[in-house]
Design a protein around this ligand. Structure first.
Ligand code: NAP
Length: 267
């Protein structure tokens, strides 16, 4: 195991971990809008961050280099390519020897009105399902041996970034909503299957304030805000805080779907 690997998790369990070791957190889609904010939050918590990327190699490398602390790296992690994920896991094993937290943040979608069934063509459906559903499962499958080796108090943690669309069936298109419902279901099955060594949690954001969302039709955006009891969009930092809570503080939580949605399903 790499000597620089040091643990920082501590507060919520009785056994005091060895503070000379830092934890290893892996984020798929790590260079994306929400993924980058999650990577920054994990690094601020003292973890070594593996920024997984698909097409955004340069962005991921720049992000890894900019994170506070040392030991971070950007690695190719195309979640639709299981063979590449095996190489990804082997590289993490060689560098760090284990993985303490896996955040499945990679995801795709495109806006298609729910009534326009012809516009939701098979290529888009396959892309959404292979990335958003098979992708997180494949990442868990590839990294499981490394998650099993975690000495994180309470076990290693998998955080799946789903969406409130999985619950409300309101979102960018019908298949995106179904894909996020499937992610929440995976969270429950895997939580049962991988316990007690590994906890599995979904973080389900409402509409998150980022460039993509800001480029949407302003009337649609105002409608989303108007229908949210807290009358605003989620900040990416609020999603990251929920991820940190799931990994670090909610040590008796597994199989749970944690909403970060301003109460959106209530209205
Ligand atoms: N934005 C929202 O309002 C919102 C709300 C609820 C949930 N979410 C979820 O939050 C997650 C991040 O969304 P975002 O808004 O940050 O979107 P984003 O900026 O478009 O980021 C998407 C990320 O997914 C990665 N990705 C796409 N296809 C991939 C593949 N085949 N293999 C590996 N990585 C792949 C991209 O990597 P490359 O750039 O390297 O290709 C990118 O980093 C998604 O799962 C999304 O469904 C978003």
């Amino acid at each position: 195991m790499n000597a620089s690997r040091k643990k920082v998790f501590s507060k919520t369990v009785s056994r005091e971990p060895d503070r000379r070791e830092r934890s290893i957190a892996v984020v798929t889609g790590g260079a994306g809008g929400i993924g980058a904010i999650i990577c920054q939050a994990l690094a601020r918590e003292g973890m070594i961050v593996v920024v997984g990327y698909n097409r955004s190699a340069k962005k991921a490398q720049e992000l890894a280099a900019s994170l506070p602390g040392d030991g971070h790296v950007a690695l190719s992690a195309p979640v639709t390519d299981s063979a590449a994920l095996v190489k990804f896991a082997a590289e993490i094993s060689a560098r760090y020897g284990a993985c303490d937290a896996l955040v499945n943040c990679a995801g795709v979608t495109r806006f298609v009105p729910h009534g326009d069934l012809d516009a939701l063509d098979d290529a888009l459906i396959d892309n959404i399902l292979s990335t958003n559903v098979r992708g997180p499962f494949a990442a868990v499958r590839a990294l499981r041996p490394l998650l099993d080796k975690s000495k994180h108090p309470g076990g290693a943690v998998i955080v799946n970034i789903s969406s409130i669309a999985g619950l409300t069936a309101m979102g960018s298109n019908v298949m995106y909503c179904a894909s996020k419902a499937a992610v929440d279901n995976l969270t429950k099955s895997l939580a049962r299957a991988l316990a007690p060594k590994i906890r599995v949690v979904s973080i389900a954001p409402g509409v998150v304030d980022n460039d993509f969302i800001r480029s949407m039709d302003s009337r649609w955006l105002e409608e989303q805000i108007g229908r949210t009891p807290l009358k605003r969009l989620a900040a990416p930092g609020e999603v990251a805080s929920a991820v940190i809570a799931a990994i670090k503080h909610l040590t008796f939580t597994t199989g749970a779907i944690i909403a970060v949605d301003g109460g959106r399903p209530l209205s």
